[in-house]
Ligand binder design. Structure first.
Ligand code: NAD
Length: 270
C-alpha cells in the first residue's frame, strides 16, 4: 500500500486537531510534518496525547518552506487563516507538494492566481469552502430546486470566532444556484432601509445573511419562495468531525488531479 505523507498546516488549530487525528488513524496516510507558528517549540503530543507514539514526537514547525524541503510531503492540508493561506499554497506548490485547502476567504482573483500557479508548477490543488458531504448535498439540492422558484435567500450561522463573512459555503451556494438557472432570480425591492445592510449582502440576486454567535458550529439554510409556499433546505453541523471524510477523500484524490479543483462537489460526482 502506498502511504500518503501529509503535512498539516495549522496543526494546532481547531480543524488542525481533527485533521491530525484522522491522518494519524488512516492506514494509508502518515503525518510527515506539522506547521503552526502557535506551536513552535512544542511536540504534537503536547496538544494531542491520543495520537500514535510516532505522531506525538513530531515537532511543530513555524517555517513552512523549510519544513516542506525537510519532510518532502506528498500533500499539504491547510486549515489556517485567510491572511496566510495564499503564501502557504504558493510555498507548497513550489515544493511540488499537492494541496488540500479548507481555509476560506478566497477572492475570484486569488482562485485565478492559484489556478495559474498550480498549472505552471504541474501540482494539483483542491480547495473546498465546505468539506462536509451533507453541506455539499444541500448545495446540490438548492441548485436543483432553484429553477422552480423566483426568489431565494441564504441564512448562514457560525460560531463567534469565524473571521470572514459571509461564509465560503454561502458564497459557493449562491454561485452554484446562479449557474444552475437560465435567468436571474428576482429580488424584492426595499424602498427604505431603516438599518443599512438589513436585507443582507447581495451576491447576484441572492441576499445572504450571516449570523455570528456562540452555540453555532456551521449551519446554513437556503430559502426558496413562491406565492403561498417556502422550501427550506437546511444543513446543521453538530461537530467539526463532519468535515473529515471530505478532507480524506480529497487527500486520496488530489495527486491524480491537475490544476485547481474548487468545491468538494467536483470530487463527489467523479
Ligand atoms: P483556528 O484559528 O482554530 O486555527 C488556525 C490555526 O492556523 C491556528 O492554530 C494558527 O496558529 C494557525 N496558523 C496561523 N498562521 C499560520 C501559518 N502561516 N502557517 C500555519 N499555521 C498557521 O481556525 P479553524 O477553526 O481551525 O479554521 C481554520 C480555517 O478553516 C478558517 O478559514 C475556517 O473558516 C476554515 N474552515 C473550513 C472548513 C471547510 O470545510 N472548508 C471547515 C471548518 C473551518
Amino acid at each position: 500500500m502506498v502511504v500518503i505523507r501529509v503535512l498539516v498546516s495549522g496543526a494546532c488549530g481547531s480543524m488542525g486537531g481533527y485533521v491530525c487525528r484522522a491522518v494519524d488513524a488512516a492506514e494509508d496516510m502518515t503525518i510527515a510534518a506539522a506547521v503552526d507558528p502557535a506551536g513552535i517549540g512544542h511536540k504534537l503530543g503536547e496538544y494531542m496525547p491520543d495520537l500514535s507514539e510516532d505522531a506525538q514526537q513530531i515537532q511543530v514547525s513555524g517555517h513552512l518552506a523549510a519544513t516542506l524541503q525537510e519532510a518532502g510531503p506528498n500533500v499539504m492540508i491547510d486549515f489556517t487563516a485567510p491572511a496566510v493561506v495564499m503564501s502557504n499554497i504558493e510555498a507548497a506548490l513550489s515544493a511540488g507538494t499537492a494541496c488540500v485547502v479548507g481555509t476560506t476567504g478566497f477572492s475570484e482573483i486569488d482562485l485565478k492566481t492559484i489556478q495559474r500557479m498550480s498549472e505552471s508548477k504541474g501540482v494539483a490543488c483542491v480547495i473546498a469552502p465546505n468539506f462536509s458531504i451533507a453541506a455539499n448535498l444541500m448545495m446540490k439540492f438548492a441548485a436543483e430546486a432553484v429553477a422552480s422558484f423566483e426568489y431565494a435567500e441564504i441564512i448562514e450561522r457560525h460560531h463567534e470566532h469565524k473571521k470572514d463573512a459571509p461564509s465560503g459555503t454561502a458564497v459557493r451556494t449562491a454561485q452554484i444556484m446562479a449557474e444552475a438557472r437560465e435567468g436571474p432570480l428576482s429580488v424584492v425591492p426595499t424602498e427604505r432601509h431603516n438599518v443599512e445592510g438589513s436585507r443582507g449582502g447581495a451576491l447576484g440576486n441572492i441576499p445572504i445573511h450571516a449570523v455570528r454567535m456562540p452555540g453555532y458550529v456551521a449551519d446554513q439554510e437556503v430559502l426558496l419562495g413562491s406565492p403561498g409556499e417556502i422550501l427550506k433546505i437546511s444543513h446543521e453541523t453538530t461537530s467539526r468531525e463532519c468535515f473529515i471524510p471530505g478532507v480524506m477523500l480529497a487527500v486520496r484524490a488530489v495527486q491524480a488531479l491537475s490544476g485547481l479543483t474548487y468545491g468538494l462537489d467536483k470530487l463527489l460526482t467523479r
